[in-house]
Design a protein. Structure first.
Length: 462
């Protein structure tokens, strides 16, 4: 469609939606974004940006331990006013949302505050938040409505004592005894954040180990850190119900145990926000969990209708949502495009230390699905780690035998989200361990361990 003006309507203003809108505008399309809650979506307003800001605040407090180890006398630190902390966090989220709005408007995108519903593959009905209705014609429609916290009938949030991760920013004080239900990424991150802020935290995990979807060595490091810092981790413990009491909450487990606390934080997954969009009326296929089914270029089952982000269930990461949205516009508007590659996606768990991963996993290797050599290098031997009182973490690289091609890696370290980038470049571009190790690293640096691990995978010639 490049070469003529096309009309694009985007329903949802999260990463998948606003990044798609920016691409479409640059390609010359007339673009309208229909957004209900604020640009940036839950990622900016209630999830990634605020949660990582809260985690960052807790990390500042936790690093006082390193100061003491370095010989610096530090007065006891504590959060005296959680309202001030949350106020700053929400202000940061609002500012980020406003920046996205300004960027879209600056690129000529029309932003409508309201909800959208598909009347056909080429027509969208918009109900404005301040009243009024408008029907928009579209050559291309992108659905990027995200997801919402999963709620169970036996554990209904009340926004005061029983909370989802979207409701925690209304707390006025640090919970005295917080029970976090769910040890996936969101549960683990927020459990450690509140532990760092001074709460007594109990983490209820239905699995043998926290972070069941992550590298097992990395998850073991994080669980050891949790326990060492005073968190109570209940493994193989499945929640059956959460009840409000006059003094707080009771979390009941399936084995009959009852855990008492002042607050409960539910982190038991999310569900796609796909109801009320008119999907079935026009034939858009959805999966059993109501995720919109898409292909590698974000097409749905209906021509001209695309979808991106958490509503598709492809991979719940803001970076993936954004790339899905870009790919949808490149494809629909006739630009050069390459299908989405999940095997090169880097991801991060914002615990302390962080866990960053890219490419194949050790589980893939052990299952015989991938043939790869493994090198794991503890950070304890790294000079910079010693200087910064970093005791936990490692670098792990997976490479193809004989060739040394880097297939994946794991970094467990402070700021692992930054350190994973060279491994991501290597996986994306088919670089070898020798290519990686021949690049200079600063000494001393944590990234030096990536170079050292790569050198241990050297493939001799001859």
């Amino acid at each position: 469609m490049i070469g003529r003006t096309s009309s694009v309507v985007v329903i949802g203003g999260g990463p998948g939606g606003y990044e798609a809108a920016l691409v479409a505008a640059r390609l010359g399309a007339t673009v309208t974004v229909v957004d209900r809650d604020g640009l940036g979506g839950s990622c900016v307003l209630t999830d990634c940006v605020p949660s990582k800001s809260l985690i960052s605040t807790a990390h500042v407090l936790r690093r006082t331990g390193a100061a003491v180890e370095a010989g610096i006398e530090v007065a006891p630190t504590e959060v005296t006013d959680l309202r001030a902390v949350n106020g700053r966090i929400l202000a940061l989220a609002s500012a980020q949302s406003q920046d996205i709005h300004a960027r879209l408007v600056g690129d000529g995108v029309r932003v409508c505050r309201g909800t959208g519903r598909l009347l056909s593959a080429s027509r969208v009905r918009v109900e404005f938040a301040d009243g009024g209705v408008e029907e928009l014609d579209a050559d291309v429609v992108l659905i990027a409505t995200g997801a919402t916290p999963r709620v169970m009938a036996t554990a209904v949030p009340d926004g005061e004592r029983i909370l989802t991760w979207t409701q925690i920013y209304g707390l006025k004080t640090v919970p005295e005894r917080l029970i976090v239900v769910g040890s996936g990424v969101t549960g683990a991150e927020l459990a450690q954040a509140y532990l760092g802020l001074g709460a007594h935290v109990t983490l209820v995990s239905s699995r043998e180990q926290v972070l069941p979807g992550e590298d097992s060595d990395a998850a073991r490091v994080i669980e050891d850190v949790f326990r060492r810092e005073g968190m109570e981790v209940l493994s193989r413990s499945r929640m059956s119900a959460v009840e409000r009491t006059p003094e707080g909450v009771i979390v009941r487990l399936e084995d009959g145990r009852a855990i008492e606390g002042t607050h409960a934080l539910l982190a038991v997954g999310s569900i796609p926000a796909t109801t009320g969009l008119g999907l079935e009326d026009i034939g858009v296929e959805v999966g059993p969990g109501r995720h919109i089914l898409v292909d590698g270029v974000s097409r749905t089952s209906v021509r001209g209708v695309y979808a991106a982000g958490d509503c598709t269930g492809v991979l719940p990461l803001a970076s993936v949502a954004a790339q899905q949205g870009r790919i949808a516009m490149w494809h629909s508007l006739g630009d050069a495009v390459r299908p989405l590659r999940l095997d090169v996606v880097s991801a991060n768990v914002f615990t302390d230390p962080e866990i960053a991963t890219v490419g194949v996993s050790q589980q893939d290797i052990e299952a015989g699905e991938v043939d790869a050599q493994i090198v794991m290098l503890p950070l304890a031997t790294n000079a910079r780690a010693k200087m910064d009182s970093i005791h936990d973490g490692f670098v792990k690289i997976f490479a193809r035998p004989g060739q040394g091609t880097v297939l994946g890696g794991v970094v467990v370290a402070p700021r692992a989200s930054e350190l994973i980038y060279p491994l991501t470049i290597a996986v994306e571009n088919g670089l070898t361990a020798d290519d990686l190790s021949n690049a200079f690293t600063v000494y001393p640096s944590i990234s030096g361990s990536i170079g050292e691990a790569a050198r241990r995978l050297h493939v001799a010639i001859g």
